[in-house]
Design a protein around this ligand. Sequence first.
Ligand SMILES: O=C(O)C(=O)Cc1ccccc1
Length: 350
Amino acid sequence: MTVRARYTYLGPEGTFTEAALRTLPEAADGELIPAASVAAALDAVRRGDAAGALVPIENSVEGAVTTTLDELATGSPLMIYREVVLPISFALLVRPGTTLDDVKTVTGHPVAQAQVRRWLAANLPHAEWESASSNGEGARLVRDGRYDCAFAGAFAAAPYGLDALVTDINDTAGATTRFVLAGRPGRITAPTSADKTSIVAWLDDDHPGALLELLREWAVRGVTLMRVESRPTGEGLGQYCFSIDAEGHARDRAVGEALMGVYRRCPKVRFLGSYPRAGAEASTDAGPVAGRPDRTVGHPTAAGGRFVEAADWLGRCLDGVSGSDRVGRAHRAPRPRRADRMDGVAGSGR
Ligand SMILES: O=C(O)C(=O)Cc1ccccc1
C-alpha cells in the first residue's frame, strides 16, 4: 500500500491557495487537507499531521500577508521548500437568481478587498463589506445565506452551487499572489540557477545603524534583496524583526557568507530556507554555482568574532539536521534574557 503524503492549505475548498497547491507536482499524488486558517495549516505541519502546508505570503497589490510572516517567524521553526506565484482575478459569486440590485452584503478575504476596492465603489457603492478568513470561506458563507455575494475565484462557484455573476474583476491588471510551501526543518532544496533565500532577523536595537549594518552584510557581497519587511515582535512599540528574501541559495558563497555575517550581528536569526524562485528559468543540472557569479566577500565584516560558530550554524541550516532557528550574539549586543534564548539543538521560536 502506498502512503500518500498529506498537504494542508488555507481552505476551505475553492481557495486560490488550493488552486496554487494543485499546480505543484507534490500535490498530484498527495492528500490535500483544507485548514481553517494559516496558523492551523502550519500547526498541522508542526504536529507532524502533514508533510507540508501551502499558505499565501504576499500579494502584488496589498503586500505581505502578515499572518503568514508572523506565523513563520514564531512558534517552532518551519522551512520554506517551494513558492508558487498565481495570477489572481476575482469573480462575484452569488446564489442562483441573485442580481446586482439584490446585493446588500459582500464578503471575501481582506487581500481580495484591496484588489477590488474601486470596482466595489463603482458597482456596489452601498454594499456592506465583512471579511472572511479566505475567499473559499466567503463562498461557503454565501451558500449558507450569511452574505449576498463573495469575491473568489470563478472556480469556487461549482463546489458551493453558486453562480459567477461577474468575472475578471481586478482593479489592477496582472495582480498576482505568492504562496509558500512550508515543512518541518530538513535538508534544503538543491540549488538551481534561480533561487531565493528567506530569513527573519532580530536586530540589536540599542545602537544606531543596526538596520544599515544588517543590509550591508548582503550589499557588500553583491547579494540582491528581493523583499525586506519589518514586523512588530509583539514585545512593545518600536520592537521589530525583519523578514528578508535574498536572491540566491545558501550554498552560494556570497549568500552563505552574508548569512554568517547576519548571524554574527543579530541577537537572533531564523533561517527559513533556500528554494527555487517561482517563474524563473532554472536549471538543476548546472551545479551549485553555475549560472551565478561566484561572488566573494567585498571587505571583511566589522561584526565581532563568532566566525566558527556562524559557519557551524550555516552548516546546520544547510543540512537541516537540527532545526533552523538560532540565537546568535550580536556585535555589542547584550546577551538575550535566559527565557528568550534558544541555545538548544532543537530550536523553538519565541
Ligand atoms: O486562497 C485564498 O482564497 C485566500 O483567501 C488567500 C488569498 C487572498 C487573496 C488573493 C489570493 C489569495
